[in-house]
Design a protein around this ligand. Structure first.
Ligand code: FES
Ligand SMILES: [Fe+2]
Length: 402
């Protein structure tokens, strides 16, 4: 992170630690209509204008070490193959055969020379081109060059792999530009995936995402598991263009968030990342907090208006040691334990909104990152498409840092 950004954090944190009043110059946040969390029409608008048009983080380059390494992701009702071509490029394709639409791959990951459909054995190259059609003479009008796999946009930012279902989307680098400086000095490219898990919960995806965008609940919900490691009073929030934000929190106890033994810790990360926990909530559905020991990268995916899939990817540094394996096993139990403390509340929140008892949510100054991404949702959908009763008032424009 640049010295300028570190100074901005230091100053903001000093002010934050001494703060006992709502900052005069900051807008008071209007209430947020609960319907945004269950209305099927609103969920359909989100799908059309957010989920099918925004860059979405799905993995890391290190998961595709060789030509033909592939992974299949099943999110948002779409099955997508991500693979590395002979030219070294990562590409993504819909996992659907152009003949009669069978899924090509059933395995979640592997390595291959060619994708062969299990139904009638049409074969596709790693670049998506249709190469083999058994009994090709029975398809006299078939133009193979037009029948390649249907591509999905796939780009890489700092080693993280993103998909976008909109072929006309802006380049990933532009979408992530406001975050670039925030992760400078942390070698994201060198990470490896240690473990991955998914959990479903009976709530809207935003109920789960909201929970990770504030520290207000931590001392009450996680008094033993998380609160001892973080100085909640020091929580500094910065808002960035495109609905992204950054949190800086002072660590208590150790240089890494959790105590550890025998773990591979990066000595390449700037000192800033030892002093503070720098979290980078990324629009629309990612939360991660950089730590020199590695971290849990969470993504939140809608299954239905009242159902979410949460996926956690544990990122660490290359190591084959037994201590490292043991650490990540313990870490997985720890992060899932913390998540369970949160999830315990999600169902109740969803019910109280859905049954009409709580028609609006109240958000305070510490919860401004929640409101910020809700405003971005409306900007991307286009406020005029959203029923008036479900809109959020745009009050934070101009509050973002450059
Ligand atoms: S559906 Fe794939 S070869 Fe027939
Ligand atoms: Fe929590």
């Amino acid at each position: 992170m640049k010295a300028h950004d570190v100074n901005v954090i230091r100053e903001a944190m000093e002010a934050q630690l001494g703060r006992s009043q709502h900052p005069d110059e900051f807008p008071v946040l209007p209430q947020v209509p609960a319907g945004r969390y269950f209305d099927p029409e609103f969920a359909a608008l989100e799908r059309e204008h957010i989920w099918l048009k925004t860059w979405l983080m799905v993995g890391h380059e290190s998961e595709f070490p060789d030509t033909g390494s592939y992974r299949v992701t099943n999110k948002l009702d779409r099955s997508v193959i991500i693979t590395r071509g002979k030219d070294g490029q990562l590409r993504a394709f819909n996992n659907s055969c152009r003949h009669r639409a069978s899924a090509l791959l059933m395995e979640p990951q592997g390595k291959t020379q060619r994708f062969t459909c299990p139904y009638h054995a049409w074969g596709y190259g790693l670049e998506g081109d249709l190469i083999v059609v058994p009994d090709a003479h029975d398809f006299p009008c078939l133009n193979k060059s037009e029948m390649g796999l249907v591509p999905v946009r796939c780009e890489v930012w700092r080693g993280l792999v993103y998909l976008n279902f909109d072929k006309d989307a802006e380049p990933l680098a532009d979408f992530m530009a406001p975050m670039a400086a925030q992760a400078t000095g942390f070698p994201l490219e060198n990470l490896v995936v240690k473990d991955r898990y998914s959990i479903e919960a009976d709530c809207n995806w935003k109920v789960a995402f909201d929970n990770f965008l504030e520290i207000y609940h931590v001392r009450f919900c996680h008094p033993q598991s998380l609160a001892p490691y973080l100085n909640s009073q020091s929580f500094v929030v910065s808002l960035f263009e495109n609905g992204h934000s950054r949190f800086a929190t002072r660590k208590q106890q150790t240089d890494t968030l959790f105590a550890y033994t025998g773990l591979t810790v990066s000595d390449q990360a700037d000192q800033t990342f030892n002093e503070y926990t720098i979290a980078l909530p990324t629009f629309p559905n990612s939360f991660y907090a950089l730590d020199a020991a590695g971290f849990n990268y969470l993504t939140f995916w809608p299954i239905a208006p009242g159902k979410v899939l949460m996926e956690g990817t544990l990122f660490g540094w290359p190591s084959d040691s037994e201590e490292d394996k043991a650490y990540w096993k313990t870490m997985r139990t720890a992060v899932q334990g913390i998540l369970a403390e949160d999830m315990y509340l999600f169902g109740g929140i969803q019910k109280s909104m859905q049954n009409g008892v709580i028609p609006n949510l109240v958000m305070g100054y510490q919860e401004r990152a929640l409101y910020w991404y809700q405003e971005e949702i409306d900007r991307r959908i286009g406020a005029e498409r959203i029923p008036e009763a479900l809109r959020v008032k745009p009050v934070l424009a101009g509050q973002q840092q450059g």
